[in-house]
Design a protein around this ligand. Sequence first.
Ligand code: 7TS
Length: 415
Amino acid sequence: MTTISSDFDVESVRRDFPILHQRLLGDVPLVYLDTAATAHKPRSVVAKVVECFEQYNSNVHRGIHQLGDRMTTELELAREKVQHFIGAGSSDEIVFTSGTTMSLNMVAHGWARKFLKPGDEILLNSMEHHANLVPWQLAAAATGASLKYIPLTDDGRLDLTTLDQLLTPRTKLLAVTAMSNVLGTINPVAELAERAHAVGALICVDAAQSVPHLTTNVRSPQIDFLAFSGHKLYGPTGIGVLYARRQLLEAMDPFLAGGHMIREVFLDSSTWADPPAKFEAGTCPFIEAVGLGAAIDYVQHIGLSQISHYEHLLSVRAHEQLAQVPGVKIHGPSVEHKGAILSFTVDGVHPHDLSDLLDRRGVAIRAGHHCTMPLHELLNLTATARASLAFYNTMEEVDALAEAVRAARQVFRLK
Ligand code: 7TS
């Protein structure tokens, strides 16, 4: 077995997450291995949200009283934190949305529907989450553009051998996840961006799974659109981000219309405010945005490279431990090509039964198609069990997962 060494102080980190210290039915400790679905929130994020509600809750960008000014200042500070966290050139390129899904829909509506025409192509692949597939299907249907797919290798990576044939001057957009929420595959975004740009296409990156675990820089490589969710980044629900280059935000149509996103309104027409306001119609989730800013502070305080390193060690251990359980198949690439997400099947045990049995031991995993039906079709499976790890997990919890899977097999009397 690989020697695992890390000076990462996981016990100190865990003290920041009160939810982790509970016992569940049967007096078993919680082993939370479902961070890819949503991450827990450190005390500092909860405290910041409480501070907002208790001390200066007030609607933003109205500029009429002291509470409103304070809340607006906090919101714009959070926007700057996001900007620096992902390496954007300006905070005006940071649009607050409700999450990854809305961010991607914003591009599909505001950019794709405006600029695509029959004959144009959008290049996708079948490991994408539905949030990075279905909006493009609708945009293609509305514009007459067509969808093309980069094939996958047997081990669940993008097969780039056909990329030269697939990427042509007809390609207008390449939409790709930076990290698969099922296979854990880390996709070569830098190479894809460069090759897409070489044919004049734009790249849209679904960073929902990568932003919490890997360093992101939207200017190196140059990314055109990038989407992620606050709740997977240890922040509140209901807040997400769309990053887009300023020229694209200026060229795109707004997604939602109403208050705040306008410059002037007449009875028969309107003009738009500058980005990001143009894309933030109505009252934005300003307290959630401030909570996201606090989450970014927290992650940066620990350090993303520390986080990535420790999570990789957890992932190595999890792969080794699970691989030793008879009948277990882990889907996706080998551990060096992926983030700390393990989707697996156990011969003779349905993933839903497995997750139910694991839950009785306090081990929380997810079972199902994880919003990737085309990927599961390709794997010839209807469902997988998925354990997803974060820096607040311990080696002991990883061992508890493997132990619980062994025990589940025994319930089914599997040899
Ligand atoms: N893209 C990826 C890669 C995701 O993993 C998810 C959510 C989304 C987009 C959508 O994010 P949302 O915040 O807008 O919902 N993925 C999962 C998951 O794997 N289990 O639950 C949610």
